[in-house]
Design a protein around this ligand. Structure first.
Ligand SMILES: [Cu+2]
Length: 191
């Protein structure tokens, strides 16, 4: 029983690693301070910060459907995980004029795609050691070195930040960095 629970916890930690929780206050007059842009898989938690009854309810045209129902009391919370890219306008059904916002959900993958372009290597040309620099958002993936014929000469985890190229013949090579299904290629010259 204990082992099963531990295994579940372990899996939970792994599968939610990249996801973020965003906190919003929810009260009369909160105005437009409840707009958020989040990544797919992120969770939003609304916390009731006055003593009045409120709801968190999606408006027509919202990508996802959600409704907290009526809750009353300071410290009450409603939590929703957004798993679809899109726009989610919402309101409090009791105070629609002063309590409404939009949760915009963007693709986590496109952020990564953008981030991968920040991959760099130096020096270039290189004769012995080259160093890779990866944007901090990129945490998983592989780095490969291939020659002009596409032959793979080197494969490592993305965490490896230096590579000894002194054994390579002089010429042009490609460094391919891959993360979560996205690839980015840079050229380097061995001299
Ligand atoms: Cu309300």
């Amino acid at each position: 029983m204990k082992t099963k629970l531990l295994a579940l916890l372990f899996l939970g930690i792994f599968s939610t690693q990249a996801q973020i929780t965003h906190n919003l206050n929810w009260e009369i007059g909160i105005g437009t301070n409840v707009d958020l842009t989040i990544d797919e898989g992120d969770t939003v938690i609304w916390t009731w910060t006055d003593a009045f009854p409120h709801t968190v309810t999606n408006l027509p045209g919202s990508t996802e459907t959600f409704n907290s129902g009526s809750k009353t009391g300071n410290g009450m919370t409603y939590s929703k995980t957004f798993n679809s890219v899109g726009s989610n306008p919402y309101q409090c059904n009791f105070h629609p004029s002063t309590m409404k916002g939009t949760i915009t959900v963007q693709s986590a993958l496109s952020v990564n795609d953008f981030a991968l372009k920040g991959f760099s290597l130096s020096p270039n040309p290189a004769s012995s050691l080259i160093s890779f620099t990866l944007p901090k958002e990129v945490n998983t993936g592989t780095i490969r070195v291939v020659d002009l014929l596409g032959k793979q000469l080197y494969l490592s985890n993305i965490k490896e930040t230096t590579l000894d190229v002194s054994g390579l013949s002089k010429g042009l090579y490609f460094v391919k960095v891959s993360s979560e299904g996205i690839n980015h290629t840079k050229r380097f010259i061995k001299q």
